[in-house]
Design a protein around this ligand. Structure first.
Ligand code: C5P
Length: 241
């Protein structure tokens, strides 16, 4: 189902602002991604109301804390029936193992998604926090470590999909933001990819925000993206780019 490959980033200040678009997309998106802006304003209600609208939740909280605290936050997200939850791989093996174990417990349907190096960081930023590796090498190092600790899903830019797929294999679930349908504005996304190329390159879930949020008709743009995803999935299955 192509819609399972699409997460709509509900980047709105309040749930009331998000609701009309969200309702218009019911049945068209696999997940609604709730990030820090909405969650810090609306809290768990944002998740509950999205679930009540029949939409699965991708909770993008990028957890990074001591293992005990992260484990408890994972339990909270599972209790809210979130399906995807981001954690920072730089929290280390102990934090990741505890988080993964908790997500798998209690028959929750929660999958943890690892964030490696934020795309806002360049080599100079990494150097400033004591990391001498290049961003590309650090992405691979963190993802490989997290994989060994039990994590199976990762956020990455469309450009990193190939390297991560090669390093982690076909079981990895790769989630990519920075998606722009051909001919639409790229905004601040410097390395945008089309839905088609991201899927053909091996992405599993596309995160799309502004191209849908700011469209004159969000359902129409979403249907176009889904059609592109469907076509790309067929190409991928056939093994031809
Ligand atoms: O509006 P746009 O499609 O650019 O939204 C992409 C979403 O993915 C936003 O919620 C943004 O915070 C998130 N994101 C991103 N780039 C990353 C990680 C997350 O754009 N590297």
């Amino acid at each position: 189902m192509p819609k399972e490959s699409l997460a709509f980033a509900i980047d709105y200040p309040t749930l009331a602002d998000a609701r009309p678009t969200l309702e218009s997309l019911s049945g068209l998106i696999g997940y609604a991604k709730i990030g820090l802006e909405l969650f810090t304003r609306e809290g768990p209600d944002a998740v509950k109301q999205t679930r009540a609208a029949g939409i699965d939740v991708f909770l993008d909280l990028k957890l990074h804390d001591i293992p005990e605290t992260v484990e408890r936050a994972v339990a909270g997200a599972a209790a809210l029936d979130a399906r995807l939850l981001t954690i920072h791989c730089s929290g280390g093996p102990g934090m990741i193992e505890r988080a993964v174990k908790r997500a798998q417990a209690d028959s929750s349907r929660l999958t943890l998604v690892g964030v490696t190096v934020l795309t806002s960081l360049d080599a100079a930023d990494l150097e400033a926090v004591g990391v001498g590796a290049s961003p590309a090498d650090q992405v691979l190092r963190l993802a490989t470590m997290a994989w060994k600790s039990g994590l199976r899903a990762f956020v990455c830019s469309p450009r990193e999909v190939g390297a991560l797929r090669a390093a982690l294999g076909s079981d990895a679930i790769l989630v990519t933001p920075g998606i722009r349908p051909a001919g639409t504005a790229t905004h601040d996304q410097k390395r945008a990819a089309t839905p088609r190329s991201a899927i053909v390159d091996g992405a599993d879930i596309l995160v799309v925000g502004r191209p849908i949020r700011d469209a004159a008709s969000p359902p129409q743009v979403t249907r176009q993206i889904l059609a592109e995803v469907d076509e790309a999935l067929a190409l991928r299955r056939a093994g031809s780019p």
